[in-house]
Design a binder for this molecule. Structure first.
Ligand code: WTA
Length: 658
């Protein structure tokens, strides 16, 4: 992790507003009141083996029981529920059929173009079995990695459940990533097959997917990929390579609707999901079967206080961890109804979200602060036109939410009577770690409040010593938890170094830290303040500044690049790139566009710089390190403060100011 030593976590103003849960919510809630929560917390802390072991026995189906709850003999490499065998696809499907819930809606899907598809648990089970059988027919075996590069269609969830049913780990690559980024992930994961679609609809346009897969596989660059399964969604003309490419509709319908779920070892890989870090290429975060299943299941149940009649909707994409844990696995493991929506608010339908809530009587809504800020900007007239009275709980995820956006969300969308859950977590944590619980927590706008039972979160200094109330520090987790990532795919050293060796306690103990700064107030509320490493969060999408820099530098005209985030009212952060050009290359508007397009091609549209600034030189220390702190100040129009004495050449700064 490259964390500049001069980064200081600034404290923010105290927030005094506080919203206790209503008596009605508390009475109906699963966890009734703070004393009950506190009891769970104390039990989990004093008897972690019993707490986690009993939860795993009660909440999951086991083909074979585990004989040890946690093996932490080789930290940071954890093994949970050792010796047990389970299957997350079974937990998400079969057991609900056996409990008489086969006719309950599992997935309600609405496409951007308006069509609606519904799957009961029975129907979803059949579709998943057919797909699992098809994967077997394509030669996929237990342990083979299957990549998904898909739009938000039911087949994405079906494919994930089909993979897990036969023990083939999946690697979902967000459909907004470029062919280049897809190729990196296919190669790194040694994918055996890719499941994709001709394309998808986004903001009234067609986004091609299959051509990007062709591109990624061209020149035999991913020799492990043998088969490409293609869902027809947009009806575009695409090329199908004989022997390699198969249409979904040619292969799946004729398969048997029975495919027994394979008993899977607790610690067998369930999926790999790539995410950005401070250094180098994105890393493949590895999650395993039982621990992840338990954590996605429990957190979903607690945080959304789920009831059988709920219609639950999370607006994320399945390409991100939020989609994995809270569109697919968490809700289905609990036997809930999960809504999948392909669209986003767009000029032809700016009220799309409110329309979906009204139409499907959504009772729980989970979205990102960036969306809330965008709606806030256009005013309450739009949501006020819709009937949102079906909502009983609303949540946010992905970035810090500013108190005003929180208040707007509570008042305008939640009608002042829905608990708001601001959930803090990461790809690495598998599920939510810090969040209010409805019926339990008095919320404060902008605070994710308290850690969930079993999670020992703290705010510490670089030696792991807890800082005082209201003093900023590093947000860490002190004890292992079932949903924790197990390693970085193919690079266990990187796992140890990036997450467990940054904080260095004197006693040599290991503490998990993944890049966020936080503060805890005098009442113990956590206030997450955002990344303190070289990761930026653009509209809730996580990007490494190094990744964007490498993309820029890979262009022949660019000599050096430094990328920083600048605060942005809507997106949270915007990307600003400082670029020096090769000798003899002149800056121009054309070059600017070329470089923006180059980043799009290398990573994807989400990494597109908002601003590129050409400069003769970058501010560097005498040892040659780029001083990003100065660039961050410049990019956000702030006066450069703090120590500049280590600058090699102060005149660089003056030039940049001008
Ligand atoms: C940020 C998304 C403040 C944080 C689930 C974290 C948040 C990164 C919150 C992980 C929140 C997520 N408040 N910040 N409620 N939720 N973050 O891996 O910086 O895509 O480290 O997982 O998002 O992003 P990731």
């Amino acid at each position: 992790m490259t964390l500049e030593s001069d980064i200081k976590i600034e404290s923010v103003l105290q927030e005094d507003r506080i919203f206790p849960p209503s008596t009605e919510v508390t009475e109906k809630a699963r966890i009734k009141g703070f004393h009950e929560y506190k009891k769970m917390v104390d039990y989990a802390n004093s008897n972690p083996d019993d707490f986690w072991g009993n939860s795993a026995k009660e909440e999951l189906h086991w083909f074979e029981p585990f004989n040890k709850v946690l093996d932490w003999s080789d930290p940071p490499f954890a093994k949970w529920f050792v010796g047990g065998k389970t299957n997350i696809s079974y937990n998400c499907l079969d057991r609900h059929l056996q409990n008489g819930n086969g006719d309950k809606q599992a997935i309600i899907w609405e496409g951007e173009t308006g069509e609606i598809r519904r799957f009961t648990y029975k129907e979803l089970h059949s579709e998943v079995c057919k797909t699992a059988n098809a994967l077997k027919e394509l030669g996929i075996k237990k342990g083979d990695l299957v990549a998904l590069y898909m739009p938000m269609v039911p087949e994405a969830a079906i494919s994930m459940l089909a993979c897990s049913r036969i023990g083939a780990p999946h690697s979902v690559v967000f459909g907004g990533f470029s062919a280049e980024a897809l190729r990196d992930r296919l190669v790194d994961g040694e994918a055996k097959a890719v499941i994709t679609a001709d394309g998808g609809f986004r903001k009234d346009k067609i986004i091609s997917l299959k051509p990007a897969v062709d591109d990624a596989l061209s020149n035999n660059s991913c020799p492990t990929v043998q088969k490409v399964l293609v869902v027809r969604r947009t009806n575009e003309n695409i090329e199908m390579q004989p022997g390699r490419d198969i249409w979904w509709h040619d292969l799946i319908p004729s398969q048997s609707t029975e495919c027994p779920a394979l008993p899977i070892d607790s610690e067998d890989r369930l999926f790999v999901l790539y995410t950005s870090g401070s250094t180098g290429k994105p890393k493949g975060v590895v999650h395993t079967t039982a621990g992840y299943n338990l954590w996605a299941h429990l957190t979903f149940k607690w945080i959304f206080d789920i009831r059988s009649e709920d219609i639950y909707w999370c607006t994320a994409d399945v390409g991100w961890i939020t989609g994995h844990s809270y569109i697919v696995y968490g809700p289905l493991s609990n036997g809930s109804t999960t809504l999948m929506y392909e669209g986003v608010p767009r000029p032809s339908n700016p009220g799309a979200f409110w329309d979906v809530i009204q139409k499907h009587s959504v009772s729980i809504f989970y979205t990102a602060p960036t969306a809330i800020r965008a709606f806030m900007k256009t005013g309450r007239e739009l949501p006020d036109k819709y009937d949102l009275s079906s909502l009983r709980l609303i949540g946010t995820v992905g970035e810090p939410i500013n108190p005003e956006a929180w208040m707007w969300y509570r008042d305008v969308i939640g009608g002042k009577n829905c608990p708001v859950v601001d959930t803090w977590w990461q790809t690495e944590t598998g599920g939510v770690m810090i969040s209010p619980l409805p019926g339990v927590t008095s919320t404060k706008p902008g605070s994710a409040t308290f850690p969930l039972p079993g999670i020992q979160a703290d705010v510490v200094d670089s030696e792991g010593i807890s800082v005082r109330d209201n003093e900023g520090g590093y947000l860490v987790i002190r004890k292992p938890w079932p949903g924790m990532m197990r390693t970085v795919h193919g690079d266990s050293n990187r796992f140890r170094e990036s997450y467990w060796e940054f904080i260095k306690p004197k006693d040599g103990s290991l503490i998990y830290f993944a890049g966020d700064g936080a503060r805890r107030d005098s009442q113990g509320y956590f206030w997450v303040m955002g990344r303190v490493d070289d990761v930026i969060n653009v509209s809730g999408h996580r990007l490494g500044t190094m990744e964007i820099e490498s993309a820029l530098v890979s262009h022949q005209s660019v000599s050096e690049a430094a990328v920083v985030g600048r605060p942005d009212d809507l997106k949270g952060e915007a990307i600003v790139a400082f670029v020096t050009l090769e000798n003899g290359v002149e800056s121009s508007d054309l070059l600017l566009t070329t470089l923006v397009n180059h980043v799009k091609a290398e990573i994807g549209v989400i990494a597109k710089p908002d601003k590129i600034i050409f400069t003769d030189a970058l501010p560097k220390t005498r040892s040659g390190k780029i001083m990003r702190r100065l660039l961050r100040s410049l990019a956000s129009g702030k006066e450069v403060s703090g120590d500049t004495s280590t600058l090699e050449d102060v005149s660089v700064l003056d030039k940049l100011r001008n």
